[in-house]
Design a protein around this ligand. Structure first.
Ligand SMILES: NC(=O)c1ccc[n+]([C@@H]2O[C@H](COP(=O)([O-])OP(=O)(O)OC[C@H]3O[C@@H](n4cnc5c(N)ncnc54)[C@H](OP(=O)(O)O)[C@@H]3O)[C@@H](O)[C@H]2O)c1
Length: 245
């Protein structure tokens, strides 16, 4: 049975690499995001690479009205429906410190907007009784760090949401994968220096697809971030609060 993948934030550098892998498998793609011109280019590329269908659709995590046409499309879809969320934004922490009103948008992009969409589509997935949901969080959500704790807090909320969604949808045969990338060479990290273990988006996209195939619950990608975050999570708070990592 063919799969239709709804990709939220499909202009993301990692999402583009992921869409190319899905296209090579011949799946249908709903490429959702804000920049329709760019999405159209990605759709054409995916069709050339083997996607059964690929179309660009508007999606803005800050505007729930954009969710409805995608939800209606999922309801009409005859085959399996899968969803992958790549949406996220990370304003520099010092800009947020100067302008706390930036917190709302950061949390909406990285947590509540996608969570609202996933909650709305959950009954459709439950009725189909199969499919996969992929939510891209971040290692930043594992511990509040000096350099990005608002973004990290949004991702932590998204991780907890995905854990609950996995518990709910697993009862109907739908699998939820939580992805925690480390630092990845994308538009989000452009211009930042001294990024540890910087990974290429193609590597991360491949790891995500493998994790979905194997029905993993949580993926640290690249794998080095699993031991690194195990250590970081174990540091006592009275020590951690003095570190600048
Ligand atoms: N790069 C890293 O080091 C890293 C590490 C850990 C986790 N992640 C996560 O990986 C995911 C993909 O990010 P990336 O690294 O590929 O960076 P990216 O290229 O900057 O992608 C971010 C995506 O989020 C979309 N987006 C932001 N706000 C949105 C909104 N309100 N509505 C709809 N779309 C919105 C962007 O759309 P536009 O093109 O319209 O701006 C873009 O497609 C994100 O969730 C990010 O938090 C990245």
């Amino acid at each position: 049975m063919s799969q239709t993948w709804i990709i939220l934030g499909a202009t993301s550098t990692i999402a583009r690499a992921f869409a190319r892998l899905l296209a090579a498998r011949g799946h249908s793609l709903v490429l959702a995001g804000r920049d329709q011109n760019e999405l159209q280019i990605i759709a054409e590329d995916c069709k050339i690479r083997g996607a059964e269908q690929a179309e660009a659709v508007p999606f803005d995590a800050r505007d729930a009205k954009t969710f409805d046409p995608i939800l209606a499309q999922a309801e009409q879809c005859a085959g399996d429906v899968c969803v992958a969320v790549f949406v996220g934004s990370m304003p520099p922490q010092d800009e947020i410190d100067q302008d706390p009103s930036l917190i709302d948008g950061t949390v909406t992009d990285s947590f509540t907007g996608p969570a609202q969409f996933l909650t709305a589509i959950a009954p459709v997935l439950e009725q189909k009784g199969k499919g996969t949901v992929i939510g891209v969080g971040s290692v930043a959500g594992d511990r509040g760090r000096l350099g990005n704790y608002v973004y990290g807090a949004a991702k932590a909320g998204f991780h907890t949401y995905l854990s609950g969604l996995r518990n709910r949808l697993g009862r109907s045969g739908v699998h939820v994968v939580t992805v925690k990338p480390g630092t990845v060479d994308t538009a989000m990290t452009w211009g930042m220096d001294k990024l540890p273990f910087l990974a290429q988006p193609e590597k991360v996209a491949g790891d995500i697809l493998k994790a979905a195939d194997k029905k993993k619950d949580t993926l640290y990608t690249p794998f080095i971030w699993w031991p690194v975050m195990t250590v970081i999570r174990s540091i006592p708070e009275h020590v951690f609060k003095k570190l600048k990592i």
